[in-house]
Design a protein around this ligand. Structure first.
Ligand SMILES: *Cc1c(COP(=O)(O)O)cnc(C)c1O
Length: 333
């Protein structure tokens, strides 16, 4: 296997824990959680594993600046800003969505890490403004490295191929892995890791904002390209990618009763925090699938916690996530 450059700053392996109360309450499969919300960089999350490879690539190219883009409450951008600070790189973030009057949650943290923020009011302007930001930084000799949306390039996806190896080395059985999928890097890495390291269960991504067709095309292509970085191309077919897009109809970052219920249930039964946008939605999907009997009795489902909890403190989510809003005020799906 090729040695792709990698830094080591994540706290690994992340623990795997039982969720006995939740398993009992739902009366379905045994539920485990893989704590990638505890990866250690700036409150943790799944982007840490990708950034170990991405920042190494940036350093290899002689970059002095990281540039990335995302939503105002992007977890990916928060972790990128932290990694930049840690490795002495400048950081510029191109952020879309409504800017809060008072910075809070992820955008507050971006500022603490010293990132420069370029705000884009209209999402359709994001790509050209990102390009312009990159070109201007290049012109003044900053040697910027473009960290792709969500860190989901073939290089970033490697983080999750090795996360699969890590899980298999933990010697714990799981019939299913369930997690939130959006830009596809986590999903692609796990699918590639499944092929390379021989995981026998199923890898099911719950879509946060994309269609099943898009995810299958994009994740399979990403997994196939990422495999080349390990030395030999492995062809992953779209049909090999399992995805469920039944829980994202409300749109990105729009909380419905389902996300609110999931966040509240995990908190009250297990003392475990989910985030409103990603893990809340993925858990809501998993809970619904359990109630519908999708998983068989006696099976073990591993919920791969991808982090994101700082967003709980963003005003737009904080104002609807907790009771009494739960069950009433939140938008119906
Ligand atoms: C980015 C993110 C995801 C989605 O991961 P992708 O690799 O972009 O599909 C899931 N959960 C959280 C908390 C995230 O920040």
């Amino acid at each position: 296997m090729n040695q792709t450059p990698r830094l080591h700053f994540a706290h690994l392996p992340t623990p795997v824990e039982e969720l006995p109360n939740l398993s009992r309450e739902l009366g379905g499969p045994r539920i485990l959680v893989k704590r990638d919300d505890q990866t250690g960089l700036a409150f943790g999350g799944n982007k840490t594993r990708k950034l170990e490879f991405l920042v190494a690539e940036a350093q290899e190219q002689g970059a002095r600046m990281l540039i990335s883009a995302g939503a105002v409450q992007s977890n990916h951008c928060r972790q990128t800003a932290a990694a930049a600070a840690r490795y002495g790189l400048e950081c510029t973030l191109v952020l879309t969505g409504e800017m809060p009057g008072q910075p809070s949650a992820n955008i507050l943290l971006d500022q603490l890490f010293g990132a420069k923020i370029v705000h884009v009011a209209d999402r359709k302007d994001r790509d050209w403004i990102l390009q312009k930001t990159f070109d201007e930084a290049t012109e003044i000799g900053k040697k910027p490295y473009l960290v792709p949306y969500g860190g989901s390039s073939p290089t970033g996806a490697l983080g999750y191929a090795f996360a699969m190896e890590e899980f298999l080395n933990q010697g714990i059985h799981a019939d299913w892995m369930v997690f939130g999928t959006s830009s596809g890097g986590t999903h692609a890495g796990l699918v590639l890791g499944q092929r390379v390291f021989g995981y026998k269960g199923k890898v099911l991504g719950i879509s946060i904002d994309e269609s099943v067709e898009w995810l299958q095309e994009h994740v399979s292509a990403l997994a196939s390209s990422a495999s080349e970085k390990l030395g030999e191309r492995i062809e992953v077919a779209p049909a090999e990618v399992l995805a469920n897009a039944d829980y994202c109809r409300a749109g990105y970052g729009v909380l419905t009763n389902a996300e609110c219920e999931a966040v509240n249930l995990f908190a009250r039964r297990e003392g475990l925090l989910l985030d409103p946008v990603y893990t809340g939605r993925a858990a809501a999907g998993m809970i619904d699938l359990i109630r519908k009997g999708f998983f068989k009795k006696g099976e073990t489902v591993l919920f791969w916690h991808t982090g994101g909890q700082p967003a709980l403190f963003a005003e737009k989510y904080a104002s609807v996530i907790a009771p009494p809003a739960f069950g009433g005020v939140a938008t119906k799906q």
